[in-house]
Design a protein around this ligand. Sequence first.
Ligand SMILES: *Cc1c(COP(=O)(O)O)cnc(C)c1O
Length: 222
Amino acid sequence: MPSDDPAQALAAIHAAIDHSARLARREPAEVTLIAVSKTHPADAIEPLLAAGQRVFGENRVQEAEAKWPELRTRWPDVTLHLVGQLQSNKAEDAVALFDAIHSVDRASLITALAKAMDRQGKRPDCFLQVNIGDEPQKGGCAVADLPALLAAARAADLPVAGLMAVPPAEVEPAPYFALLAKLARDHDITGLSMGMSADFETAVTLGATHVRVGSALFGARA
Ligand SMILES: *Cc1c(COP(=O)(O)O)cnc(C)c1O
């Protein structure tokens, strides 16, 4: 993976998700594959659409605004997930374009998102991003700050769909996935956005409901 044939790469990822889910006595249908198409142009995305993929992820609002409105005229049933960091001044645009936002990580952003949602009458699913390895430069709230962030999100009436994390690079990710799953259980949160190309199978065995897979589907980014 990835193979030259996007449909084949897609089938291989689905097979791997199914296998990992069954190993963990889970239903494969509990896992949503988000195809992360950041940096890839529309003509690289179209073969996956043609192969039946409908859930996509982008990490920049502006890039997504440039690519997706046109693609969506032809594939109106696409759902778009924002997986990258979001600045509060882009909250209005993000709410307009995305069906889910995976990077809700601070009170000021919650305020901006709530305002945008109220104005637009549209409430995308929100995932609270946790800096699960408590790394200095990473997005996400500190593990210790999650209860306060969750309280703020619920008070602002954001639809909290899950937790999201990117574990530290170059170390075994399983303990971090397990910690995120425990935090979700402790707080009665059902969604778990965790697992990327290198580790989505481990994430699925540990309870991921959303895996965010880019390079294994599209090839390496430039
Ligand atoms: C780019 C990105 C992904 C996909 O990464 P791959 O390693 O290419 O699968 C997933 N999640 C986030 C937050 C990303 O920025």
